[in-house]
Design a protein around this ligand. Structure first.
Ligand SMILES: Nc1ncnc2c1ncn2[C@@H]1O[C@H](COP(=O)(O)OP(=O)(O)O)[C@@H](O)[C@H]1O
Ligand SMILES: [Mg+2]
Length: 215
């Protein structure tokens, strides 16, 4: 992966298993400014680096100001955009690709990137060409089957919360092998099975403020 200039992280798990919390920790650890697409109003904590936009229009006006853009990069800000609709999401992806060098976070990504996503969609292009603009991507989804294969096939690092459904187990089997199903189905809440860039499995325990590598 030495030549790869961006990393794509995918977090998969049921509601309430700590995906959004892990996303926030990963975003901080990734140590780049971030644009955070927040369809369900989940990124609620407020801190010095975070700026919350309650409408897409407000975000667009802010980011198109050159002075603000500099502040975004210098201060490594996290710009949370609440509840963008499909067209607004497309525009966020266009902006993201244009400005480059940051992390794009998409919570509940299946709302915007279902398996039926087409190749002309800005998000598709970002996932497949994001390395040119050095945009890292973090997505969360409740079920692997609900998210576009174009994302999962480009994913570098995946985190699974406890899986229960046969389809999800099947997905893990195909992705990393049958031997990991047992780990995935016995995971405690807020623990994740992480598959890294080298396809190595690890156990990750997440607290509200940090993530710890257990194995
Ligand atoms: N590691 C953790 N330790 C303790 N509580 C957590 C942890 N992760 C999440 N929570 C709490 O569990 C609830 C669900 O977490 P959230 O991250 O929103 O899950 P998801 O995005 O998977 O639905 C929230 O109230 C959150 O504060
Ligand atoms: Mg969530």
């Amino acid at each position: 992966m030495q030549n790869k200039q961006n990393t794509i992280y995918t977090i998969i798990g049921h509601k309430g298993f700590g995906k959004t919390t892990l996303t926030e920790i990963l975003t901080l650890m990734n140590n780049k400014p971030a644009i955070m697409v927040d369809p369900c109003g989940q990124f609620i904590s407020e801190h010095k680096r975070r700026k919350i936009f309650h409408s897409f229009g407000e975000f667009r006006a802010w980011i198109y100001n050159r002075k603000n853009l500099n502040i975004f990069y210098e201060g490594k800000l996290e710009l949370v955009v609440r509840e963008p609709n499909d067209e607004e999401f497309d525009e966020i992806c266009l902006i993201s690709r244009k400005i480059g060098k940051h992390t794009l976070v998409v919570d509940e990504a299946d709302l915007y990137a279902p398996p039926s996503i087409t190749k002309n969609k800005p998000f598709y292009k970002l996932v497949n060409m994001g390395r040119h603009s050095e945009v890292d991507i973090i997505t969360t989804s409740r079920r692997p089957a609900r998210i576009s294969r174009d994302i999962t096939s480009q994913t570098d690092v995946v985190f699974f919360a406890r899986v229960l459904e046969p389809n999800d187990k099947d997905y893990i089997k195909k992705y990393i092998g049958e031997q990991h199903i047992k780990t995935a189905e016995t995971l405690k809440k807020y623990s994740f099975l992480m598959i890294d860039q080298e396809r190595e499995p690890h156990l990750i325990k997440v607290s509200k403020k940090s993530a710890e590598l257990i194995s």
